[in-house]
Design a protein around this ligand. Structure first.
Ligand code: DC
Length: 232
């Protein structure tokens, strides 16, 4: 594999396995993995804890000026944890209470500008895999490789349910389905940088692929793009 570092942007609907693929790629290539959704989730947690109203412009700006986000590598998880004002909030941001509010918070223009400015800085040195909803379209329109992930909705519901049930034993499949459908709807129909496939993104439907098969496929694309970058 070429040593030339590129930017890999992964976008797609909720629970398509974006973070699984992004983590695999980062580990294999020695790249940095950034979960952009964790930033929106941490901001949402702050809003919930501090009773910030999603339509109070002043309150939102004031809240954002008090939020500092950072990623710190966690040896045990072999992945970065997100810190909200020096607190590791990784254990809280996947809760359903956050999931139910996050799409609404992520649709706010000021929140997006705040997060996107930080995400752009993280890509300065390349060698990064970032997943989200607007990475190939807004954050890194210049990314050398853009992947747009999809998967069968029923498969996505089951995947998310399996993820959540360990910490939320009372959760039902129907609740998970409703949350996923609602989030996909809001994420795709919001005014500010809605989820859409970049024109130059490659679609990856992983409904019937194993993790190994999907990694192998995308590594081929990386090889191709990294070589083209060197040849330029
Ligand atoms: O990837 P995730 O499910 O953790 O993302 C949580 C929410 O954040 C998701 O509903 C949409 C939003 N999001 C976004 O709007 N833009 C991103 N780049 C990443 C996430």
């Amino acid at each position: 594999m070429s040593a030339h570092k590129i930017i890999i942007a992964i976008d797609g609907f909720s629970s398509c396995g974006k973070s699984t693929l992004a983590k695999q790629l980062a580990a294999k290539l020695g790249y940095n993995y950034i979960d952009s959704g964790a930033m929106y989730r941490a901001i949402t947690l702050y809003f919930l804890r501090n009773g910030i109203h999603v339509n109070d412009h002043e309150q939102i700006l004031d809240a954002l000026s008090n939020i500092h986000l950072s990623f710190v590598f966690n040896e045990q998880r072999q992945q970065s944890d997100i810190y909200l004002n020096e607190e590791d909030v990784e254990p809280y941001i996947r809760d359903l209470i956050v999931a139910e509010k996050v799409s609404e918070v992520a649709a706010i223009k000021e929140v997006r500008s705040f997060a996107v400015a930080q995400q752009k800085k993280m890509g300065k040195k390349k060698g990064i895999v970032m997943d989200g909803r607007d990475i190939g379209t807004v954050v890194f329109p210049e990314a050398e490789l853009k992947v747009f992930m999809t998967a069968d909705p029923d498969i996505r519901v089951l995947r998310r349910y399996d993820e959540l049930v360990a910490n939320n034993p009372n959760i039902t499949i129907e609740e998970v389905r409703h949350n996923l459908e609602l989030r996909d709807y809001i994420d795709s129909n919001r005014e500010e940088s809605p989820l859409r496939k970049a024109d130059d993104a490659i679609t990856l439907d992983n409904s019937n692929l194993t993790r190994e098969e999907q990694l192998e496929k995308v590594l081929e694309w990386v090889k191709d793009r990294a070589t083209n970058v060197v040849a330029k």
